[in-house]
Design a protein around this ligand. Sequence first.
Ligand code: GLU
Length: 445
Amino acid sequence: MSASIKVRFAPSPTGLLHVGNARLALVNWLFARHGAGVFLLRLDDTDLERSRPEYADAIEQDLRWLGLDWDEFARQSDRLDRYDAAVERLKAAGRLYPCYETPEELSLKRRLQQGQGRPPVYDRAARNLTDADRAKLETGGHRPHWRFLLAEEIVEWEDLARGPVHFEPGHMSDPVLIREDGHPLYTLSSVVDDGELGITHVIRGEDHVANTAVQVQLFRALGFDVPGFAHLPLLMGDDGKPLSKRLESLSLKALREVGLEARALCAYLAHLGTSLAATGEETMQAMSAGFDITGFGRAAPRFDRTELDHLNARALHHLTFEEVWDRLGIEGADEAFWEAVQPNLAKLSDAAEWWRILHGDVTPVIEDADFCRKAGELLPPEPWDETTFKSWTEAVKAETGAKGKSLFMPLRQALTGMEHGPELRVLLPMLGRARALARLAGETS
Ligand code: GLU
């Protein structure tokens, strides 16, 4: 790939980003980084009623959390004059025409067409209006919306995700580019931005395929190079239904707040819908180096929270102390502690529970007090290291005859109050003799 790659992620700040949006942001970012290209963050905030600055801030925060840094930033509300200029060019070229139908009239037309078994394509009736007709409508207080006159030409492109895509003329309505209040619509603003900002590849959800068919003509009408396209199948919820921005529990904010690792989420999303499985070991750098956008299948992948949780645990097992210490939030935690507890964590925050078990009060679980008392008597003197547990348990085994699970489980339950956890070989020296002795005696300590 050439160094001239430039892609964009273009969310509308009308809600929180969810995992489906994150996947598209990530794929764009990986594509850019793979090709040593530019990743642009563009806020599509021309919908004044629904766009909110707090959502714009949240988008930036979410992308930073994921580790998706952007090289350039654009905001559509800063570029309104660019859209006006494009409108003038289209008008001058005879590609925009004013229409005065009300939404009710349009919907009636559509119903009639459908009733006759015809596709609900706008009939271009407004093109037959004379100057006098228009003057009359305007005097009557009607303001026009403006449609882009599609050319009678086949639109085709080689989609990086879908393969060849083909649209016949006559099956699409001339799209409305400007509302009655003079406001430009997404179809126009997106093309003007992609064209003027030099986007080489538009990577977005397959819900935009029909938009692309129209936009290809618009790129040409405005004299821009037509970018490459990749339309990925949309991520589905585990119920098989499309995700929506309103699904707050699948927002990045919610996933961050329940303590998921951004790294695990990125690994999960980058592999979802491909034939490869994430291991949890992937770094962003390795994923971008090996990224191939043609690896995504055509079927809509499902977001599986259980699989993500498993991957989260696996990702934690690959993180170094250096990578986590500032997020652990445990004063005094060191590398030895991290390495001891790391294999047992599902979430990073679980580490605090193990810190408490080692350094706070635990009520021992003791089923056989006699066995535990004997084991306490056999505790060797300090200093202890990771060989201590083996020599101690061999002595306990010789003295009591217990072996296997019946030897280790009572010791674990007494020492930690838990049935599962990090290896006792590693925990014992961290616990220290005094505390181990007290717990074997059944004392809360
Ligand atoms: N703001 C649009 C959306 O969120 C952008 C689509 C595109 O990538 O062109 O759907």
